[in-house]
Design a protein around this ligand. Structure first.
Ligand code: SF4
Ligand code: SF4
Length: 322
């Protein structure tokens, strides 16, 4: 597994970062032994980089997977905290749950634009204080908007921002308020400033059709991207990703096993019930409902053909195919 130095942080990570968000309650809620087996297999194959966040609820799974691991593992986490207290609480909770004195990379999650960065100055201050105290090794931001990337570039705190985490894939899934070209320009400039860039949503949340190699190579060939987080739902998916990143062909039987896996469209918890997806579905498989637990989009699996029309238009990227 190729390793890279993450910008000016000096932290060396594997090109593949194992995402854990799929394993948690908000998404697939995999049994703990299955989720930790995926993480463990990745670490055995040379991966040293794991992504998590408090809201993913995967600290326990990671702890379980790391029990027998001897080598140093780089852990990245983040918080949507708006103020000092919330950021501090999320940081402490993470350190306690992961039984660590320090987190390797910690991000201010979901920066949307310049005003957002300004309004969360105290939250950023908490990250800086923890870094000065040695409890964070590298600090950064995550964003899913082009104005968020541009604001990061213009921020007076740029000297302190060392890592950016952003959705990047060939269909632009998950990237909002700007084009892929605009995002590329901003990322190239951030890279010039020594910022480590980690791409997520590389497989377009399941909406990218065609060989997995094409989706991964699209991101891998961007010189400004250092590493990619992949959310892999099964050991077979992990094996396929490892083959690609080790420049090997995917064996036919493995490809067939992946193709045979049952897939469906998921609506995740942060659906705002805006209804935008309902009108684009050619099969009339989507509706808004669920009065008992708050309204969300509902999928009629019997009608859904996984055509992919709805996912990219969702303003909060809560439709995924797994
Ligand atoms: S477009 Fe997204 S947020 Fe809006 S109803 Fe559909 S799934 Fe929910
Ligand atoms: S994937 Fe296609 S068929 Fe399925 S709900 Fe979305 S638009 Fe409709």
């Amino acid at each position: 597994m190729k390793t890279v130095k993450l910008g000016k942080t000096g932290i060396v990570v594997s090109e593949l970062c194992i995402g854990t968000s799929l394993f948690g309650r908000q998404r697939l809620h995999l049994p703990e032994d299955r989720a930790s087996a995926i993480i463990g297999s990745a670490l055995d194959a040379g991966v040293n980089f794991i992504d998590t966040a408090k809201h993913h609820q995967t600290y326990t799974v990671i702890q379980h997977a790391l029990k027998k691991v001897q080598k140093d593992i780089v852990i990245m986490s983040r918080s949507s905290g708006e103020d000092y207290e919330q950021m501090e609480k999320d940081l402490y909770d993470g350190l306690r749950a992961l039984k660590r004195d320090a987190v390797d990379i910690f991000l201010m999650h979901g920066v949307t634009n310049e005003d957002d960065i300004a309004s969360r100055a105290w939250a950023w201050r908490a990250i800086r204080d923890f870094k000065e105290a040695g409890a964070i090794k590298a600090a950064g931001v995550s964003t899913w908007t082009v104005p968020g990337l541009e604001a990061t570039l213009m921020s007076t705190d740029i000297a302190d921002i060392e890592v950016v985490f952003v959705p990047f894939n060939r269909i632009g899934f998950g990237l909002h308020e700007g084009s892929l070209d605009e995002a590329s320009d901003a990322l190239a400039k951030l890279d010039d400033n020594g910022i480590g860039i980690i791409a997520t949503s590389v497989l377009g949340a399941g909406f990218i059709t065609g060989p997995m190699e094409e989706a991964i190579d699209f991101v891998r060939n961007k010189p400004y991207i250092d590493a990619m987080r992949l959310n892999l739902r099964s050991l077979e998916h992990l094996q396929a990703a490892l083959h690609i990143l080790n420049d090997e062909s995917i064996p036919d039987e493995l490809r067939q096993a992946i193709d045979a896996e049952a897939r469906r469209l998921w609506v995740f918890a942060w659906c705002t019930a805006c209804g935008e997806c309902v009108g684009v579905c050619p099969e009339k498989a989507l509706s808004i409902g669920g009065w008992w637990s708050g309204k969300t989009a509902k999928v009629d699996d019997a009608k859904c053909t996984l055509c992919g029309e709805c996912g990219p238009i969702c303003p909060v990227s809560c439709l995924h195919v797994f």
